[in-house]
Design a protein around this ligand. Structure first.
Ligand SMILES: Cc1ncc(COP(=O)(O)O)c(C=O)c1O
Length: 460
């Protein structure tokens, strides 16, 4: 696990790369000038970790081909510099307004990723007992953890109460009762917030929208006032905040402003009732430019939220996941077959599919796919697919790549968020290896799973 490799002599020095990142503070993702970008490597510009150096794609100056040759594929590669840059850009966007940035572990909870986030000053949002455990092992204390989750088990509630996490974001009146009972049984008091559902459209993909009245998340905001009044009087509970998260991959700020305004209104009503809250947790949701879309910068995002919340003076909590780790990761995969098609295109079959990166199959999500070497080759049109026995196992249709052959390594970009975290053993694929590139060197931060490890919990 501790294997450390030094990068091949890089044509780009890593210092130069870091300078470029620093100069990009405030612009979370590059805004590409021309929208006709499907084939254009816009993130391969100076602000991206993954960019060409000569004919090779590199991560912060480290050649991805070297990593693939040493570790094999499928392998996720992360840029520590990008993670730091994106945490720093968000944190500094709040200026001196009281805030806390709780990175959403669900996006990627590899211990090495989480440790970089911690060193950069990010706290955490855990969505399960397992994620709480990861946070503790990464060095966080209970006071650094907010615990969210639409279906917390009795064991998870007791775990969070016993630890004394900073806040449990409760999903319902019933859950508040169960948290109170767990706290009383332990002779302690649990700090709680209530997740409200403001019935606001996130204007992103329906599968990652969470703030409409028809969605399962939180309590209807119209019922929240009475629930909070009741909870704040309940022994075992200390009511500290309101929580809202209306969706993910949002490219506009208006839904976020509206959600912030809705919880501000509720906070005012509660104050009139004599219930004071200490913080407003506005969740995550900031999108990234998978296809060259225009996305709000870190500064625009934080300013939009602070503008709404400032009159209250309440501490502002955010829980970004994708915006922190998405562009910091790529999935390396090798071509295992090329199948010509009658129409002049070809199926390019990779050794990675929906078991390693589910997003394209689950949401029809777009990820750029780029050759790692031989980038100057003559481009051909490809349907890039995985090896899994599912028709939905397709990474990209009609993509342009330099003529791929068996063994060609490609990088699926912007795969740091909800990539490895959603990977599975479907078709008995091994969980992929993961590599961290930091300061001109790379190291394995999760080795590839073996078949023995897959079977260890099963009958002999
Ligand atoms: C409650 C909550 N907070 C934060 C996040 C992170 O969202 P994102 O990755 O879009 O920033 C999620 C994602 O689903 C979530 O459910």
């Amino acid at each position: 696990m501790a294997a450390v490799r030094t990068a091949r002599p890089a044509k780009h020095s890593n210092d130069a790369a870091v300078c470029q990142f620093v100069s990009a503070v405030g612009a979370l993702t590059p805004v590409f000038a021309t929208p006709a970008t499907r084939q254009v490597p816009y993130n391969a510009g100076p602000m991206s970790a993954f960019r060409p150096t000569g004919d090779e794609l590199t991560c912060d100056g480290v050649t991805l081909a070297a990593i693939a040759a040493s570790v094999g594929t499928p392998t996720y590669v992360y840029s520590a510099a990008t993670l730091r840059e994106r945490i720093t850009a968000l944190r500094s966007g709040f200026g001196d307004y009281p805030h806390a940035l709780h990175y959403a572990l669900k996006a990627n909870s590899n211990l090495a990723v989480v440790r970089v986030v911690r060193a950069a000053g990010g706290l955490v949002d855990a969505n399960s007992g397992g994620e709480i455990e990861v946070a503790l092992r990464a060095g966080y204390g209970p006071g650094d953890i907010v615990f969210t989750g639409v279906g917390k088990t009795p064991v998870e509630i007791d775990q969070a109460v016993a630890l004394g996490v900073k806040t449990i974001n409760a999903e319902s009146a019933g859950e508040l009762e169960r948290i109170a009972a767990a706290a009383r049984a332990r002779g302690t008091v649990a700090q709680v917030a209530l997740r409200v559902n403001p019935d606001i459209a996130s204007e992103s993909h329906p599968h990652i929208s969470t703030g409409l009245g028809t969605h399962k998340f939180g309590v209807p905001i119209t019922e929240a006032r009475a629930i909070v009044r009741d909870a704040s009087a309940r022994p075992g509970l200390r009511f500290v905040g309101l929580h809202v998260h209306i969706g993910s991959q949002m490219l506009g700020l208006e839904p976020l402003r509206r959600a912030a305004g809705a919880v501000m209104g509720l906070a005012r009503e509660l104050r009139d009732d004599g219930v004071s809250v200490e913080h407003l947790d506005l969740g995550g949701g900031l999108g990234i430019a998978y296809e060259g879309e225009t996305v709000p910068s870190a500064t625009m995002y934080t300013a939009a939220l602070v503008d709404v919340v400032r009159p209250s003076g309440l501490t502002l909590i955010v829980e970004p996941g994708r915006a922190v780790v998405g562009p910091a990761g790529a999935l390396l995969a090798s071509v295992v077959d090329v199948k010509p098609r009658g129409n002049g295109t070809r199926f390019v079959v990779l050794d990675a599919g929906m078991s390693e990166l589910l997003r394209p199959a689950l949401y029809g999500a777009y990820h750029r796919i780029e050759a790692v070497t031989g980038r100057a080759g003559v481009p051909v049109t490809c349907d890039v697919v995985g090896p899994i026995c599912e028709t939905a196992d397709v990474f990209g249709v009609g993509r342009s790549l330099p003529e791929p052959t068996v063994g060609t390594v490609v990088a699926v970009l912007d795969a740091g968020a909800y990539g490895s975290a959603m990977s599975s053993n479907y078709n008995r694929h091994a969980l992929p290896a993961e590599v961290m590139v930091d300061d001109g060197a790379w190291r394995l931060v999760r080795r590839r799973q073996t078949i023995d490890e897959q079977l260890v919990c099963e009958e002999e």
